[in-house]
Design a protein around this ligand. Structure first.
Ligand code: A3D
Length: 310
């Protein structure tokens, strides 16, 4: 039997995510949105159904505003909410997206209690925490997508600056999904070669800075929303890792209980994603500077989480 993937929110990210999940034949896709947007998501689902003959994929897509349609979903990816506009920080979205995630969490708990849930709505670190608290799901079944995207951006910039293949770039970004995130250039390599052998120090610093601000760079260019192709690709990678039990190591916002000295917060750490969901958090030794940066990002995460009052 095919797997079932529920996408809560069928906007910019949700639409591209539906396309990527079907092109990879990861499972049947149900897109849920508010009643006002039902025509739009039914239209996207039908449009994708009609592109099946070209690509030859056999999964089905449907759009609905009735949560009963996510019944028994194996994976739930949540992009419901509002995105940033120029001049807004991710934290500016908290009030509205918190109300939405509370409603979504209650419905996911009711209809898809065994799903692996990937939260994407911003401010990510607080919204994933809120989903966890409201749903009561086990910590291995709830994760925030952020590190996959932040690391992909870091990788893309390294590839762009070195002129080498993105495929060979490996790197990691830890911490909260915001300006205090912690890219780790010390661990970045291209085909196993450390990047400080390929790029001068000031270029590496510029890449790190651009990575931290990459979301805002896209918001400013688009003018009416935030990035959606790369977030959708990052979510797809996580869904695939879970459904295919790939044991991928993907930086993700996971609930730490003692790892990295963090307790009870979701924050970006290297995670093993397989059939058990977040199967393991990998702990690596950090330098004093990296530890200080992680503490700073933790303070930022604690601040937004405290505003959820959960
Ligand atoms: P957008 O295109 O506006 O889509 C959001 C969709 O959610 C819309 O179709 C809404 O109708 C729908 N929605 C609103 N309320 C509900 C509800 N109660 N139930 C179901 N659906 C609802 O936004 P987008 O797709 O560009 O972005 C979605 C979210 O992802 C935003 O909060 C962004 O800030 C966030 N985002 C996160 C990242 C990360 O890396 C964490 C990256 C990019 C965007």
């Amino acid at each position: 039997m095919r797997k079932k993937i529920a996408l809560i929110g069928g906007g910019q990210i949700g639409g591209v995510l539906a396309l990527l999940c079907t092109q990879k034949e990861l499972g049947d896709v149900v897109i849920i949105d508010i009643p006002k947007a039902e025509g739009m998501i039914k239209g996207k689902a039908l449009d994708l159904m009609e592109s099946r003959p070209h690509d030859g994929y056999d999964v089905t897509l449907t759009g609905s505003s009735d949560y009963a349609d996510i019944k028994g979903a194996d994976v739930v990816a949540i992009t419901a909410g509002v995105p940033r506009r120029p001049g807004m920080s991710r934290d500016d979205l908290l009030e509205i997206n918190l109300k939405i995630i509370t409603d979504v969490a209650n419905n996911v708990k009711k209809y898809a209690p065994n799903a692996f849930v990937i939260v994407v709505s911003n401010p990510l670190d607080a919204i994933v925490y809120a989903f966890y608290k409201v749903s009561g799901f086990k910590k291995n079944k709830v994760v925030g997508m952020a590190g996959a995207l932040d690391s992909a951006r870091f990788r893309a910039f390294i590839a762009m600056e070195t002129g080498l293949s993105t495929q060979d770039v490996s790197c990691m970004v830890l911490g909260g999904h915001g300006p205090t995130m912690v890219p780790l250039p010390r661990l970045a390599t291209v085909g196993g070669v450390p990047i400080d052998k390929l790029l001068p120090g000031e270029k590496i610093e510029a890449i790190v800075d651009r990575t931290r601000k990459a979301g805002t760079e896209i918001v400013q260019l688009l003018g009416n929303g935030s990035a959606y192709f790369s977030p959708a690709a990052s979510i797809t990678e996580m869904i695939e890792a879970y459904l295919k039990d790939k044991k991928r190591v993907i930086p993700s916002a996971a609930c730490c209980e003692g790892e990295y000295g963090i307790d009870g917060y979701f924050i970006g750490v290297p995670c093993v994603i397989g059939a058990g969901g977040i199967e393991r958090i990998l702990e690596i030794d950090l330098t004093d500077d990296e530890k200080a940066a992680l503490n700073k990002t933790l303070e930022a995460v604690k601040k937004t989480v405290s505003e959820t009052k959960l």
